[in-house]
Ligand binder design. Sequence first.
Ligand code: NAP
Length: 251
Amino acid sequence: MMRTLLLGGTGDALKIARRLGPAHIYSLAGLGRVPDDLTCRVRVGGFGGIEGLAAFIETESIGLIVNATHPYAAQMSHHASTASALKNIECWALRRAPWQPQSEDDWREAIDFPDIIRTLAPYKYPLWTLGREPLAHLDEIPPAQHWTIRCLDSHPGNARATIIGARGPFSLESERMLFDTQQTDVLVSKNSGGAATEAKLAVARERGLPVVMLKRPNLPPVQREFFDTNSLQDALEAGSHSQSLSIKPLK
Ligand code: NAP
């Protein structure tokens, strides 16, 4: 039987996964929470590169890959597009629209981690909200800085770093409190898009603080691209996949 393989790890992916019947597979890297209340099958962990994914497509009779990973999950996205082409199946992608700066915003785009570090040089209390990457650099924090790093899981900090384990969504009030307690003078972010983690940008805006925004990676072309979960869901329901694969229609 042909199946849809949904690559997830985001709130949007989980919304789609909740609509999938038992023939489908929802795949997670294993960084975040693994839902235990889905009708579809859930698998966790990497496939072992392009070859591993191609083999998975074969053995599980996957007929469609839906890539709903985070917009910065460039490697998984390339693997999905390449393996699906190798196995001659379609790859669709859910690509969240990026946030757009407003007129009062002071965003500085950074192309990579060293570029972020250079941009942060004049500031004392950066608030990092782009995942685990800064944890690997705790020993390199400039003496004049104290970093606050918010990521999914808490980790021990050091004299120059406070690490906060937290999962969105985050409210405006809680973000204001975080900026206050940590004396934030610059925000570091990915341009994730979506509402769940957008409040931090509003707080930076109302305080006139700069935002160092990590540039989005280039993502590979796919057969169909969607910008919201409803249109993806509609396409899954309309496609031949829904017939044999029990995609549950939206109520
Ligand atoms: P990645 O760098 O593109 O993927 C790295 C490897 O993880 C892949 O090659 C694959 O391993 C495995 N993998 C990723 N997604 C998978 C999935 N859905 N199912 C099975 N295996 C998967 O992506 P990433 O490590 O997930 O994250 C990249 C960036 O996105 C990070 O900077 C992270 O902070 C960010 N991110 C943010 C969120 C969020 O805010 N919600 C969620 C996820 C990621 P194999 O090669 O072995 O198949």
